[in-house]
Design a protein around this ligand. Structure first.
Ligand SMILES: Cc1cc2nc3c(=O)[nH]c(=O)nc-3n(C[C@H](O)[C@H](O)[C@H](O)COP(=O)(O)OP(=O)(O)OC[C@H]3O[C@@H](n4cnc5c(N)ncnc54)[C@H](O)[C@@H]3O)c2cc1C
Length: 396
């Protein structure tokens, strides 16, 4: 592993060696003419437990590799403070997390696109999802077969797993063969980034192979304290660690990938953010900067379960596949439903309960590059008769 002192000269300084930082640093360093420094506050990944998936409970509880954040008193939890876990080591939280591989619901991505982030639409993201992974079942229109992140199906060999899936089916739920593929919704066996018995974290997938390059250096045990801003341009980072405090200078860009808590915090410490907030803490602000981290949301470190009626639905499962006689107005089995208006709850919803997913989001085709006449559309569901609206309209 290349160790750095941070004393060289760099084009890019990437702060935080979590998944985001590992990917960005490795990709930037693919250009041999570019010098990249990756700065990480925590230490390297050492010891069997950090490699061994079954040791998760120990890793999860180890305070020396975490930031130890607690939320403030939560008004909706009787004033309780919640443990907010965040990994402080190379690989970031991917070195301590549960390794579950879930892409997320296409409707969420399309929702972000509608809010003004077109590059977050599912159609735009899908090629990147495919590129990042090697799925153990091989590649198809949805899954990747050549990426650095190894994704496998969890070994669920005990007969009770099968019994659970079948009983779910009998209760009216769908069983999806690949929840990271064509249809997210449905009962399934989990997938995870575990390969040959090892945690396949971001360090192993992205950083480790790239550290052989002479133009990429990793500086561990070095916490960034602030970004140096000169004339409106980020020109370096102040870091402190074993060698004391110093400024690492960079010629091109500073990339903040210090996680959901620390990236906004670093911006604020650098005078970038809400002026009122900065004034309150005696920090001189750079003018014209939007608030930083203000709309942040998280999942608390606790377990919860959703009743079937609140499950979200993938675009495919928004097709009308009701049993004859049970379909609601405007939605008959075997026919293409009007995507923007179909409000039938998923089959798994209990009769009479409301679905939290009121509308289908099938108006944009999530297949890579959109539909083309004559091409096979992964968003066509022959079993229910649902067809991608872009395709049926002869679009693109
Ligand atoms: C307990 C837990 C369980 C999870 N389970 C799953 C799961 O099963 N599946 C899944 O997909 N996701 C899971 N996640 C979420 C997933 O791990 C995160 O989404 C992901 O790690 C975020 O990556 P990141 O690079 O944005 O940030 P992080 O992983 O937070 O990485 C940020 C890095 O920056 C470093 N850093 C922070 N501040 C500084 C600084 N000032 N100077 C230098 N370095 C700094 C940190 O030490 C860290 O290494 C889990 C997360 C947690 C905490």
């Amino acid at each position: 592993m290349t160790r750095a002192t941070g004393g060289g000269s760099y084009d890019y300084v990437v702060v935080g060696a979590g998944p985001a930082g590992c990917v960005v640093a490795a990709r930037l360093a693919e250009d041999p003419g570019t010098r990249v420094l990756l700065v990480e506050a925590g230490g390297p990944v050492r010891g069997l437990f950090l490699r061994m998936p079954a040791a998760l409970p120990y890793v999860y509880q180890r305070s020396s590799i975490q930031w130890g954040y607690q939320s403030g008193p939560e008004p909706h939890l009787g004033g309780r403070s919640i443990d907010e876990k965040a990994g402080k080591l190379v690989g970031g939280s991917s070195s301590i997390n549960a390794m579950i591989f879930n892409r997320g619901n296409p409707m969420d991505y399309d929702g972000w696109a509608r809010l003004g982030l077109p590059e977050w639409s599912y159609a735009h993201c899908l090629p990147y999802f495919r590129r990042m992974e090697t799925f153990e079942d091989g590649a198809d229109d949805w899954r990747g077969g050549e990426g650095p992140l190894r994704v496998g199906r969890n070994r669920a060999e005990h007969t009770l797993f099968e019994t659970f899936l079948r009983s779910g089916e009998q209760a009216g739920c769908t069983v999806t063969p690949d929840h990271n593929g064509f249809r997210q919704e449905g009962l399934h066996i989990a997938q995870s980034f575990i390969h040959v018995g090892l945690r396949w974290n971001a360090e192993r997938a992205y950083l480790r192979p790239a550290l052989g390059r002479p133009n990429l250096e990793l500086l561990t045990g070095a916490a960034a304290e602030k970004v140096v801003v000169d004339g409106g341009r980020a020109s370096g980072v102040v870091v402190s660690g074993r060698g004391g405090r110093r400024t690492v200078v960079c010629d091109r860009e500073v990339v903040l990938s210090a996680g959901a808590y620390n990236s906004p915090k670093l911006l604020l410490l650098s005078g970038i953010g809400d002026t009122g907030e900065l004034r309150r803490h005696g920090i001189r602000s750079s003018p014209t900067c939007p608030p930083s981290g203000a709309t942040w949301r998280t999942t608390p470190a606790s377990t919860s379960s959703s009743p079937p009626a609140t499950r979200t639905r993938s675009p495919r499962s928004s097709a009308c596949s009701a049993a004859p006689g049970s379909a609601r107005a405007g939605c008959s089995p075997g026919r293409v439903s009007a995507p923007a208006t179909c409000s039938r709850p998923a089959r798994s919803c209990a009769p009479g309960t409301a679905s939290r997913t009121p509308t289908c989001s099938t108006s944009s085709c999530p297949s890579p590059g959109g539909c083309r006449a004559g091409s096979s559309c992964p968003y066509r569901d022959s079993s229910s008769g649902w067809t991608c609206p872009a395709r049926s309209a002869g679009a693109r």
